[in-house]
Design a protein around this ligand. Structure first.
Ligand SMILES: [Zn+2]
Length: 393
């Protein structure tokens, strides 16, 4: 108990010192952390099941984010990512383009134009919808080979994720890893190489078992009626096998460590700062699969990454950290459960759908400029606010 109190006290000092004094300042660096499918139910599961206080609870600024797409209360991930990346609502299924199919400019590209270094870290494929919205433009998310081409033109300084197939198993037979190498990138295909590199321009394209933990037993991948089962739901349903456990792999800390690695690259020689987008993609999958236990574990891992980033903001007060979701998944709530003999029992989540919902999602903001993210806003307001902040120095 004493240990927990001490931890809470140190967290309180950490957050009070890092986040309350400068939330009106202009940021040099921006970190945009997106929990795919992370609605209030997912966040509640973490808050109620942690014995210690989470860094969510110390967020100095909290807001609500309305996640609709152009013509639907309920967005899919391509349109949700596009809104968060570009400030424009588009049709479900469209990625990085407006409802007329015109290419949009993402906040990552705008940050690059201001001389900022840029990076992408995901625990899914680099060509999935949410990261893709920051550099690509297609009307069909399934065209991952085209998204891979656009990734090679993205100009990011560092990217770490999975999804080699879109880069090498292509209709045009081009090996896009060679294209990246010719553009001056080091390309790594295993986690160990990513961890030990001191390259200041690299792309890590890892296996799925490197970037996401597996269950002890396989579950059923879910989707809303008539919808295709998405990659996140498939990943959330997969069980571990022998080849996963014999590989050098530490997927439960992957997101946190990959983020730290990307920060090393972005901090180096960056007089104008940097823009880093991070996606925790599989919260969405547990929502689709209506998997209570899986979602709670995933949120605890998310919290570890967030804790590291809040610490980063403490040490680098010219940094803005914005945390939100592209949409809610699962219609997730906390179920009625009576405490036993006065003792808490594990949180159990209930779900009302295997698809996404249009319920608003939370925003948590820390550091320079965080104050802008207080209150209720549309998904499209978020990149617009970031843009305004980084245009002022
Ligand atoms: Zn989804």
């Amino acid at each position: 108990m004493k240990k927990i109190s001490l931890l809470m006290a140190s967290l309180a000092i950490l957050v009070a010192s890092c986040c309350n004094n400068n939330t009106n300042n202009y940021p040099k660096n921006v970190i945009y952390l997106i929990g795919d499918g992370m609605g209030f139910g997912a966040v509640s599961s973490l808050l109620l099941s942690q014995d210690s206080t989470t860094v969510f609870e110390f967020a100095p600024v909290i807001g609500f984010n309305e996640t609709c797409s152009a013509k639907n209360y309920v967005t899919d991930s391509p349109a949700g990512g596009t809104a968060l990346a570009t400030g424009t609502r588009t049709n479900n299924g469209y990625l990085g383009v407006d409802p007329n199919g015109e290419q949009l400019t993402s906040i990552l590209k705008k940050a690059q134009a201001l001389g900022k270094k840029s990076g992408i870290v995901v625990n899914t494929t680099l060509t999935e919808a949410t990261p893709g919205a920051f550099y690509a433009g297609v009307k069909k998310r399934s065209e991952s080979y085209r998204i891979a081409e656009q990734f090679c033109e993205s100009g990011v300084d560092v990217a770490i994720g999975a999804g080699l197939s879109a880069f090498i198993n292509r209709p045009d037979s081009v090996d896009m890893t060679e294209v990246l190498i010719n553009k001056g990138y080091n390309v790594y295909l295993d986690w160990k190489s990513v961890l030990k590199t001191d390259s200041k321009k690299f792309v890590g394209i890892l296996s799925m078992s490197d970037v996401h933990r597996r269950n002890s037993t396989s579950k059923t991948a879910g989707a809303a009626d008539g919808a295709e089962v998405c990659l996140a739901a498939k990943l959330a349903a997969q069980s571990a096998n022998d080849s996963d456990t014999t590989r050098f792999s530490e997927p439960t800390v992957y997101l946190q460590k990959a983020t730290a690695k990307a920060l090393e690259v972005l901090e180096h020689d960056s007089p104008d700062g940097f823009f880093l987008m991070i996606e925790s993609a599989i919260i969405d999958g547990y929502g689709h699969n209506n998997d209570s236990e899986g979602m709670i574990i995933e949120m605890k891992e998310f919290d570890q990454t967030l804790k590291m980033l809040v610490k980063y903001v403490e040490n680098n007060p010219n940094t803005l950290l914005v945390v939100t979701a592209d949409h809610e998944t699962g219609g997730t709530g906390v179920s009625y459960k009576h405490y036993e003999n006065g003792e808490k029992v594990p949180v159990q989540l209930s779900f009302s759908t295997k698809g996404h919902t249009g319920t608003v999602v939370p925003i948590f903001a820390y550091g320079a400029g965080a104050q802008e993210f207080a209150g209720i806003m549309k998904n499209t307001d978020i990149p617009v606010k970031i843009e305004k902040l980084i245009n002022r120095k």
